[in-house]
Design a protein around this ligand. Structure first.
Ligand SMILES: Cc1ncc(C[n+]2csc(CCOP(=O)(O)OP(=O)(O)O)c2C)c(N)n1
Length: 386
């Protein structure tokens, strides 16, 4: 058993200072220490998959990241680990607890995952090792993890056994109460435009320095078809992860960050909105293009028809929520969102359907990620020079 600092200090010395995840009792000492340490950043996520996407965003903005979770949460991570980190070649250090470790008396819900978690990591091509048990093991274990992270540009996992780290208590201030955000209804209740028309209008008004993350499916494909720029990240896969990635980016850049989301994707990871509302990045604009259907997979209804996304955003702590259903209202709401200290949501009704003969991004995901990262770091260089 080691004190949390015996791991965290050497980790910080190697640049790991952005942490996110969902708690597990085995992790309590580390998470509580990270929360209480001013030099480290912890974002509490609503699900482990969300944490993976937040960390991916933070990595794109130049941070070295750690995602902490219970092995039951590994199930929630499989999608982003396989369809975000893998194709985009985004590394992160995972600390996964080993509930249900064979031989350990534990709850029945952990038994199967306890048996398979190492194999599951193996299947996902994630190299892993036991979390270091003594202070002397920490440095070499981190060096080896760093070597593998750099070599593969993919995640590496430490599996943490029960009692690996000593508990030191928690010092977490309560978040202060906030004023309610501002709601603006710009709907004209006319027949809504298509996604392509909306994206075209968006491209006409989005400021050059803004980073843009598009959700999976036809949204990213249309954006790419209309215009391909280094400041675009087209999420293929990791459905629902665009807003979490946007949060991870926004917390680590001064640039405006815009997420282009779908209603199906937003509903799939609705917890993301609560985390965005809790973290309150002022530079994040979340544009939700709501056609009421899973357009990319054939137009099946989502469950969005009765969801008031603007109310939801405000209830989660967003500072602004505008609703629109025509291009004029959309432009007005987006400009408001960009001008407001966010986070801001624009709920834009669009009609189903997309450009005929729609292509797919021809730039490979890992190349998209690297040019996007370089674009974000340009801002960092400008900031350091000034
Ligand atoms: C986890 C996961 N489930 C299902 C899919 C298949 N899929 C890709 S895009 C999509 C629809 C997304 O719907 P929405 O966010 O409303 O966007 P739209 O297609 O309408 O633009 C689905 C279901 C996926 N990529 N990932």
């Amino acid at each position: 058993m080691i004190p949390a600092d015996s791991f965290l200090e050497p980790a910080r010395a190697r640049g790991f200072d952005f942490f996110t995840g969902v708690p597990c009792s085995f992790l309590t000492p580390i998470i509580n220490r990270v929360i209480g340490e001013p030099g480290l950043r912890y974002v509490g996520a609503t699900s482990e998959g969300e944490a993976v996407a937040i960390a991916a965003g933070a990595w794109l903005a130049g941070r070295k990241t750690v995602v902490m979770c219970q092995n039951s949460g590994l199930g929630n991570m499989v999608n982003p680990l396989t369809s975000l980190n893998y194709p985009f070649r985004i590394p992160t250090l995972l600390i996964v607890t080993w509930r249900g470790q064979p031989g350990l008396v534990d709850e029945p819900q952990h038994e199967l995952m306890g048996r398979i978690c190492s194999d599951l990591l193996e299947e996902m091509l994630i190299p892993h090792a036991l979390f270091p048990k003594s202070e002397g093991e920490v440095g070499p274990a981190l060096d080896e993890a760093e070597r593998l992270l750099a070599e593969s540009s993919l995640p590496f996992a430490f599996i943490m056994e029960k009692g690996a780290v000593r508990n030191d208590g928690l010092d977490q201030p309560q978040a202060p109460p906030r004023e309610a955000g501002r709601r603006e209804d710009l709907r004209r209740r006319e027949s809504p435009p298509s996604r392509a028309e909306t994206l075209e209008r968006f491209l006409g008004i989005v400021p050059e320095p803004a980073a843009v993350i598009a959700t999976t499916g036809k949204c990213g494909r249309e954006l790419f078809t209309l215009q391909d720029r280094a400041q675009h990240l087209y999420q293929v896969g990791s459905m629902g992860g665009a807003s979490a990635m946007g949060l991870g980016v926004a917390l680590n850049t001064r640039r405006p960050v815009v997420v282009l989301d779908g209603d199906g994707a937003a509903l799939m990871k609705m917890g993301n909105m609560a985390t965005i509302g809790a973290e309150r990045p002022a530079n994040l604009s979340h544009l939700l293009l709501d056609n009421g259907v899973h357009d990319s997979t054939g137009g099946q209804h989502t469950n969005a028809a009765n969801v008031d996304f603007a109310a939801l955003a405000l209830a989660c702590g967003y500072a602004y929520a505008g609703s629109a259903d025509d291009l004029g209202g959309f432009e007005e709401a987006v400009l408001q969102a960009l001008a407001t200290d966010g986070p801001a949501l624009v709920h834009m009704r669009i009609r189903p359907g997309s450009i005929t003969g729609l292509g797919r991004p021809t730039v490979k995901p890992d190349a998209v990620a690297r040019r996007f990262r370089a674009f974000l770091q340009d801002d960092e260089r400008t900031r350091q020079a000034s």
